[in-house]
Ligand binder design. Structure first.
Ligand SMILES: NC(=O)c1ccc[n+]([C@@H]2O[C@H](COP(=O)([O-])OP(=O)(O)OC[C@H]3O[C@@H](n4cnc5c(N)ncnc54)[C@H](OP(=O)(O)O)[C@@H]3O)[C@@H](O)[C@H]2O)c1
Length: 212
């Protein structure tokens, strides 16, 4: 039986490549983002798209409902969608930016995980984390504090929900929209492409998902 994966933020960057790789690997893929142009199963690819803004719990409810209706219970959830604000030192930044980072990277991800766990059996949740989670990087602290907060939730869930599996994967720095929002001066030659990063993330997930 085909396995079902939900990938948040499949419209751009890493998520877009992961959607392609899972589809190519024979998975049933459900993905969403704000910039999805049309809801439903794409005729040429079979991918289920939902126009959804993770800030709204009602949008996440719809993603899960439509995935269940079209494909049945999901096996894997990839918490890929994320947000970032332009790099600033803590004393100069606005608390609103801290809220915006936590709103998506922690609150929405946690709600999505709760719904996934309520609808999946022995599933796998993969959080796409970042190296700033481990080592503070000057100017990246509002984003950088949201990633370890979600890593903590992932680690706590491994104890609280032993029937399911949880994993954080750092894809490494990539030349994506998000990276240039944070640092418009970044040198794209020093960043890997999201396509390349996705290949190694995909392999890690596939080897972990073997028993799902
Ligand atoms: N780029 C890096 O250097 C880097 C390094 C380490 C980790 N990461 C992590 O990798 C993941 C993917 O990032 P990326 O670099 O590929 O970023 P990206 O190209 O900017 O893509 C971000 C994705 O998140 C979705 N998204 C953002 N806000 C959303 C919202 N409110 N509701 C629904 N979807 C939303 C976007 O879709 P819409 O715009 O269509 O809503 C988009 O598909 C993130 O978790 C990021 O923290 C990135």
């Amino acid at each position: 039986m085909e396995k079902v994966v939900i990938i948040s933020g499949g419209t751009k960057g890493l998520g877009k490549s992961l959607v392609r790789l899972f589809k190519k690997g024979g998975w049933l893929v459900s993905s969403f983002g704000r910039s999805v142009s049309r809801n439903g199963i794409e005729s040429d690819t079979g991918i289920l798209w939902t126009k959804a803004d993770m800030r709204f719990e009602s949008d996440i409810d719809i993603v899960i409902k439509r995935t269940m209706e079209e494909f049945g219970p999901p096996n894997v959830l990839i918490l890929n969608a994320g947000t970032i604000s332009p790099c600033k030192e803590i004393v100069d930044d606005s608390i609103l930016n801290l809220r915006k980072n936590f709103e998506i990277n922690v609150f929405a991800n946690t709600y999505l995980t709760q719904l996934f766990l309520a609808n999946s059996k022995n599933g796998l949740v993969v959080h796409i984390t970042s190296d700033v989670s481990k080592t503070p990087a000057l100017g990246w602290s509002f984003y950088g504090s949201s990633k370890p907060a979600m890593d903590y939730i992932i680690r706590a869930l491994t104890v609280e929900v032993p029937d399911s599996r949880f994993l954080s994967i750092d894809p490494g720095d990539m030349a994506t929209e998000m990276h240039f929002i944070a640092d418009p001066t970044a040198d794209s030659d020093e960043l890997q492409s999201p396509e390349k990063a996705a290949e190694s993330v995909f392999q890690k997930i596939i080897s972990e998902a073997g028993a799902v």
